[in-house]
Design a protein around this ligand. Sequence first.
Ligand code: NAD
Length: 358
Amino acid sequence: MARILVTGGAGFIGSAVVRHLIDNTEHEVVNLDKLTYAGNLESLASVSEDSRYRFEQVDICDQAEVKRVFEQHQPDLVMHLAAESHVDRSIDGPGEFIQTNLIGTYVLLEQARAYYQSLSEDRKAAFRFHHISTDEVYGDLPHPEEQEGELPLFTEKTPYAPSSPYSASKAGSDHLVRAWHRTYGLPIVLTNCSNNYGPYHFPEKLVPLMILNAIEGKPLPVYGKGNQIRDWLFVEDHARALVLVATTGKIGETYNIGGHNEKQNIEVVHTICELLDEMHPRAKGSYKDLITTVKDRPGHDMRYAIDASKIKRELGWSPEETFESGIRKTVGWYLDNQQWCQRVQDGSYQRQRLGAGS
Ligand code: NAD
């Protein structure tokens, strides 16, 4: 049994990691989260009373508080997910992305390094710092409309070429993490994952936005032609992969994680509409009637696709959900959990933070 410090554990993927750790392992979890607009403790309602779970409302940029958390909780492992994560927000205001994703990661690395150096040799041998990142650091790949034949995938050796302030800040944080390994010997592992979808996703991202707008009869805005390709992975498959890498990955290594589910955005929206037509029919017509196009995002990457063969070969991970099974579960979850959605949409989920403590 280990004590795992999870940063960003109140976010979409972080909360899936925390639920997975509490529900399926013996590990203890300390969730360190600032609770920005993207942090929602209601996503952890099913595990928050467990004696193996602790919460710390802390900003990763706050050096003194991060130091206190390391000293007080004595983690065996760090899983670093805290980040500003929404590309459109990074285009409107990059400052927070530089602050949290770069400065915050730097502060965390420095505190992890000081803490690691204070450990006994036995505990040092077991310690790891796992940095969770995105495939967007690699830039974009040729699109089938531009190039014929077999198309390339991102591998762990693909050079970095980030396009947005978000992906550039994540790329910078990846470089910091590798430098802290090479220069200071901090034992790190790193993962780069494709687009996630699933329960408890904040409704500014494509999948939940489309589901909730559709249920409310609002337009379904699709960027440009909707032909951008993403490689979709069900969030619980990602959470399983992350815990596997954090606990068994080889120190200093990077693992790409993906679902082998390349879909155009418009295909994803069509699938959601078809599932809603079946599970929650409109009085008249199809949900597809609500689709509208909006001006494309500047610098929009056209295709992402992951080669996940290394994590399969070396650690034995592969996704359990297909896109078809995962998206069906996701649409069903949003239909069954309208109260969670309602409280996010009216902002009342942010009131829970007043009573939040360790
Ligand atoms: P999210 O935006 O849903 O959650 C981020 C969490 O970090 C929130 O709980 C927020 O309160 C917290 N946070 C933000 N700034 C903080 C700070 N300064 N101090 C402490 N906590 C802070 O993000 P997500 O989608 O769950 O992504 C988690 C991680 O996974 C990110 O690092 C992201 O880059 C990476 N990632 C995401 C995807 C995806 O599809 N969502 C894919 C690959 C990788």
